[in-house]
Design a protein around this ligand. Structure first.
Ligand code: GLN
Length: 241
């Protein structure tokens, strides 16, 4: 099998080590003998909506988000929407998450329009939500780190990724974290997310492969180290609550 990964705005939206998600997903595929290609796509780069199985869209500061939002207007955003409609998997974190929604309203200045892959909108809050995160989700417990001022609110087309055990979640109000809509996953989970949550990484990998091959089963990997990191992060989050 082969896997085509697109790393969106790799040079602008990649804070707090979000590149670790690309490394984890591609390595967990390669360890299973799956031929994996990672393509970096930034401002001005066209997107072929039929080519990629998985898109990663990381976090970035407001100033980067202005440049990216501008690039997403027109055919780029349309191509990403076409890819999602054809079953491609998206994982978007923080700033990327916000721009997959309808809009991000920064503290000052005009709304940054998103591409509406997720039925969410975001409004800058007056405090930063920073700290370790634990959420309970349908994919198991997820551990991460968050740093955002944006408060994201879900519309009826999206469902939460999970419930916050520790952390502010989408908006420090409703107790939910992240959003899922079809194969599009958005969240505030930096860390980076996938290295310490191999069970979620494999869920996304299976989804991305089934776009091209139908239902697949992944051979189990020895996740002793990954789960040791997961447990350590759980302990740290609970100890520093
Ligand atoms: N600028 C956005 C916010 O602060 C996203 C920040 C980020 O990607 N960590 O909410």
């Amino acid at each position: 099998m082969k896997l085509e990964i697109a790393f969106l705005y790799h040079d602008l939206m990649n804070i707090y080590g979000d590149r670790g998600n690309i490394i984890t997903l591609s390595q967990r595929a390669r360890w299973r003998g799956i031929e994996t290609t990672v393509t970096e796509l930034s401002v001005g780069d066209p997107v072929d909506p039929d080519k990629y199985d998985f898109y990663f869209f990381g976090g970035g500061q407001d100033k980067e988000q202005y440049a990216v939002a501008d690039d997403l207007k027109g055919e780029k955003g349309a191509a990403l929407k076409e890819a999602a409609a054809k079953g491609a998997v998206f994982l978007a974190v923080c700033g990327g998450y916000q721009l997959l929604g309808h809009y991000y309203r920064p503290d000052n200045g005009p709304d940054l329009l998103g591409i509406g892959l997720l039925d969410v909108h975001t409004i800058a809050g007056n405090k930063r939500c920073i700290g370790n995160v634990i959420i309970q989700s349908e994919f198991g417990t997820l551990v991460a780190f968050e740093n955002h001022s944006g408060k994201t609110y879900l519309g009826p087309q999206a469902r939460p990724l999970g419930r916050s055990e520790i952390g502010y979640g989408n908006n420090a109000e409703d107790g939910n974290e992240g959003a899922i809509q079809n194969n599009v996953f958005g969240c505030y989970l930096h860390g980076s997310l996938l290295p310490k949550n191999p069970h979620f990484a494999d869920h996304l990998l299976k989804l991305a492969l089934q776009r091209r091959y139908g239902p697949v089963e992944l051979t189990p990997l020895d996740d002793t180290v990954e789960m040791a990191a997961h447990r350590a992060a759980l302990q740290r989050a609970r100890d520093t609550r």
